[in-house]
Design a protein around this ligand. Structure first.
Ligand code: SAH
Ligand code: MG
Length: 220
């Protein structure tokens, strides 16, 4: 189910204007092949936030085929590091990013983000810290991604997470009548509780797309 009223979502989607014909083509390709890229309304929200925040460096967890990372680089000229665990998907992302001309801005790393982030943290210096982190990978590992990405964040970073409402299931068991997703629902609820009660972060959850959380970090 959509987490918002279908008529309203349909109306908002009808307003969508893609950022470039090439990116629109990649979006169509992803939708056709059922690659779970950011939804149109989520894209609108994120690009607005990036234009306000003006990040220099953005870290993405979950590249898929490179769609969102190219959109981010395109929106604000930021450097993007993105991580992808699936080898074939990683290769597709590398190719797409090159073909779209973003290979000077977007760097794709291959591997499980939990391992890659650990390696990054071991060698990072101040110039390697990120202004924005976008978490959009395996939902049951969001807490691990958060904890591992935090040391890579600047003091005033934004951490944005996609799909946190999980088609409504995070809000109510009613949306998972056969209890098929019981464990991932529990883990997502624990994660949302965790990030909502941290002293160093202010978090809000928005019913946009499949649910987006925005956390403003204040480590100072
Ligand atoms: N951000 C992309 C969509 C990402 S879909 C976009 O909007 O265009 C989620 C991706 O995360 C999938 O391609 C999946 O292979 C990858 N993924 C899942 N678990 C991961 C992990 N532990 N580390 C890195 N990537 C992971
Ligand atoms: Mg997503």
């Amino acid at each position: 189910m959509n987490i918002t009223n279908e008529i309203i979502t349909g109306y908002i989607e009808s307003l969508y204007v893609g950022t470039s014909p090439e990116l629109e083509e990649l979006r169509c390709f992803a939708e056709e092949k059922r690659v779970p890229i950011i939804l149109k309304d989520t894209e609108g929200l994120l690009l607005s936030l990036l234009k306000i925040k003006k990040p220099e460096r953005l870290l993405e967890i979950g590249a898929a085929i490179g769609y969102s990372s190219c959109c981010f680089a395109n929106a604000c000229g930021c450097n993007v590091t993105t991580i992808e665990a699936d080898e074939k998907t990683y290769e597709t992302a590398v190719n797409n990013i090159k073909n779209l001309g973003f290979d000077d801005k977007v760097n794709v790393l291959y591997g499980d983000a939990r391992k890659v982030l650990e390696e990054m943290a071991a060698t990072v210096d101040e110039t390697g810290l990120y202004d924005v982190v976008f978490i959009d990978a395996a939902k049951s590992h969001y807490k691990a991604f958060w904890d591992l990405a935090l040391p890579l964040c600047k003091n005033d970073a934004l951490i944005i997470c996609d799909n946190v409402l999980m088609k409504g299931m995070t809000a109510s068991d009613e949306y998972d009548p056969n209890r098929k997703y019981k464990t991932s629902i529990r883990r997502m609820r624990e994660f949302i509780n965790y990030i909502s009660n941290l002293g160093y972060a202010d978090t809000c959850v928005l019913p946009v797309g499949d649910g987006v959380s925005i956390s403003v970090i204040d480590k100072a």
